[in-house]
Design a protein around this ligand. Structure first.
Ligand SMILES: [Zn+2]
Length: 218
């Protein structure tokens, strides 16, 4: 049962195609499991289309067509579709599937980042700067208390945690910015895997946690 959804601002950005590539993958992972947000996104897409149809046609320059055709001719051929990553993906717990939105992403092996804590780098095609990663945390473990230098979008793939603000379970979505200072604590009953996209970096409290965060580059 999904409890936490993206706000309308994020769904509007998704509908308008203005989300960053990493954020778009995390948001789309939520949409795959959430009929309510899919319906809202479709509504926003419809509103955008209706607005386009209702705006006054503007007079174009007489050479607009010529210039457009010249621009198309001058363009290099579109890049070939990105093939599915040849690199094998790391294992997931039984019954947990990869979001379809990650189909073209490369996913590194699980790296150790602390007792019961692993992470994996998600590489987004054509967006090498996108900071997307998976966190895999064992039942009962806690991620170090941290805040963010930018917006952090999270989709819970499996398991559940409580971060002092609310409980998040499989399918839930969270958007946390620099105003949110939280420490996700895993609940008993299974490990948790989160897909996250961060603008900026996580800022951990404590020397060791900061060191680990800097080391793994999240
Ligand atoms: Zn939703």
């Amino acid at each position: 049962m999904i409890q936490h959804h993206p706000n309308d601002e994020l769904l509007l950005a998704a509908a308008a195609g203005t989300l960053g590539p990493g954020d778009a993958i995390v948001l789309a992972a939520h949409l795959e499991g959430c009929a309510r947000c899919r319906a809202n996104t479709r509504m926003f897409e419809g509103v955008g289309g209706a607005m386009l149809e209702s705006i006054e046609p503007a007079l174009m320059a007489s050479d607009a067509l010529t210039r457009t055709l010249a621009a198309i001719d001058g363009k290099t051929a579109p890049a070939a579709p990105v093939a599915a990553p040849a690199q094998p993906r790391p294992g997931l717990p039984p019954g947990v599937a990869w979001p379809r939105s990650m189909a073209h992403c490369a996913v590194s092996r699980w790296h150790w980042m602390g007792p019961g804590m692993r992470w994996s780098r998600v590489t987004v095609p054509h967006a090498p700067d996108a900071n997307v990663f998976l966190l895999r945390i064992g039942a009962g473990k806690a991620l170090a208390n941290h805040t963010h230098t930018g917006l952090e979008l999270t989709h819970v793939m499996c398991g559940s945690f409580h971060d002092g603000r609310a409980r998040f379970g499989a399918g839930d979505f969270d958007a946390a910015d620099g105003d949110v200072h939280h420490q996700p604590v895993l609940e008993a009953g299974g490990e948790c895997i989160c897909l996250a996209s961060v603008q900026g970096r996580l800022v951990f409290d404590g020397t060791i946690a900061r060191w680990v965060g800097a080391l793994v580059g999240i």
